[in-house]
Design a protein around this ligand. Structure first.
Ligand code: NOJ
Length: 469
């Protein structure tokens, strides 16, 4: 295995830092939404704000050589005028310095969903001004941290926060409005291009990409109707992010379809030219599962998300586009996520063929309920999950795909948005009820060995039918 391959874990500011109002941090849209609706929140989360040194040290002790994390906009920028909060900047310098101290390559996400509330109050991603405000925030990050960071990404999962916030309505701001979803999506992709432009014009060292919640699309059969449904699904799930960021163009058939019913005149030529010019250097793909579809048959659009952890609750039907179905032969988690490693291999190949850009697998993991009062959580299911997905990556690399890194979601247990802390993903257990004690799980040790003894050999053995020790 290439020595430069990045092996690590990922987190996000709101999900792990806590310290929601410490050192002049402003409230984010998530702080306000969760407080107002009396929902489980990330006020304390994993208290990474105070325990980052221990967390990063454990990454290094676990043999990892990289850490993917995000910068909190409301921690760094105090107001709409763009005033910098030096205490917020100092915090990220501490994180970056600690990474370098332990030989951990930082992989930085500029935006992972925690929009400052002072912008949400002005319409958030529906307000065009937010694009320029984001560009300013990105520039502040490049200026302050540029010398300590090689890998930047503009956004984490535009599809997820835009669709959930404006179309499904289960994330803030909780809307169900197609036209607004289109505005939000457009503004985010435009803002991403503005950050890429600022990065290039500032001549900062390193590379810049975007991270996408990748769900490669499969169909139930080979019929023409299914192929058409698959294209709708791919446009909805993947193409408006990846085509736009990597090729500089929104999918033309998606825009044509939307323009039958909605206004698309807000897409301005001069902004589309910026999107066209400032494409990314690499793509980050978060992979949890594929999307299996059949042609739409009847009924209204239905988007039901399983936040309860009780199987069989989710549903995705988009009227006149497609219907998502379950594969009766697959295994699903309690939150209805299919476990399908082959989807990663196929998806990596597809993304490589389409975009010809280096790829990082920026998230991959499985969320489960776990008893963390024990000495060491024996998470064999996570080991099996990671093993099979890393295997899929190796197979894709064998087929010529340029893959540069793998990030487990998550480095340690953290707050999982609407699923709270009950849904655990970490390689390290965090006992939220007992003084935030950290305890590596079996998967942490497995990951360490896998990295140390050359991933290619170990995963090959599994691939060839042998058992992993
Ligand atoms: C996607 C997101 O980036 C992250 O915030 C989330 O918690 C995980 N995947 C798990 O669902």
């Amino acid at each position: 295995m290439d020595k430069n391959f990045l092996w690590g874990g990922a987190t996000a500011s709101y999900q792990c830092e806590g310290a929601w109002d410490v050192d002049d941090k402003q409230p984010s849209m998530w702080d306000v939404y969760l407080h107002e609706n009396n929902l489980e929140n990330g006020d304390i989360a994993s208290d990474h704000y105070h325990r980052y040194e221990e967390d990063i040290r454990m990454m290094a002790e676990g043999g990892q050589n990289t850490y993917r994390f995000s910068l909190s906009w409301p921690r760094i920028i105090k107001d709409k005028e763009g005033t910098v909060n030096e205490k917020g900047v100092a915090f990220y310098h501490r994180i970056l310095d600690t990474c370098h101290k332990y030989g951990i390559e930082p992989f930085v996400t500029i935006y992972h969903w925690d929009l400052p509330q002072y912008w949400e109050a002005e319409g958030g991603w529906l307000n065009h001004q937010v694009c320029a405000a984001y560009e300013h925030f990105a520039k502040v990050c490049f200026e302050n941290f540029g010398e300590k960071v090689t890998y930047w990404t503009t956004f984490n999962e535009p599809k997820w926060f835009i669709v959930n916030g404006y179309f499904i309505g289960n994330y803030p701001p909780g809307l169900q409005d197609v036209q607004k979803t289109m505005y939000g999506a457009y503004h985010v992709m435009y803002a991403s291009a503005l950050a890429v432009r600022a990065f290039r014009e500032g001549n900062y060292p390193g590379e810049i990409g975007i991270v996408h919640s990748y769900t490669p699309v499969n169909g139930v059969d080979d019929s023409i109707e299914t192929k058409i449904a698959m294209r709708y699904a791919d446009n909805y799930c993947n193409n408006w992010i990846l085509d736009t960021a990597a090729l500089g163009e929104f999918p033309i058939d998606l825009i044509a379809k939307l323009s039958e019913k909605y206004d698309v005149s807000f897409m301005k030529q001069e902004e589309l030219a910026i999107i066209k010019q400032y494409t990314v250097d690499f793509i980050g793909l978060n992979y949890y599962a594929r999307t299996l579809v059949k042609p739409y048959t009847e009924g209204e659009t239905q988007l039901i998300f399983n936040h309860s952890g009780k199987k069989g609750q989710s549903k995705v039907v988009i009227k006149n586009w497609f219907e998502q179905v379950k594969d009766p032969n697959s295994e699903y988690t309690a939150w209805d996520t299919e476990i399908y490693p082959k989807g990663l291999q196929d998806g990596l190949l597809e993304a490589w063929q389409r975009y010809q850009l280096p790829i990082f697998v920026t998230e991959n993991g499985v969320g489960v309920r776990e008893d963390v009062s024990v000495e060491c959580v024996q998470d064999e299911y996570r080991i099996a999950f990671m093993n099979d997905h890393i295997n899929a990556i190796m197979n894709a690399m064998d087929q010529g795909v340029d893959i540069r890194g793998y990030y487990a979601w998550a480095s340690f247990d953290l707050y999982s948005w609407k699923n709270g802390v009950e849904k655990r993903y970490g390689l390290v257990a965090v006992d939220f009820e007992n003084n935030q004690v950290r305890k590596p799980k079996a998967s942490y040790y497995w990951f360490k060995e896998m990295i140390a003894s050359n991933a290619r050999l170990i995963t090959r053995r599994k691939f060839e039918g042998d058992k992993i020790k």
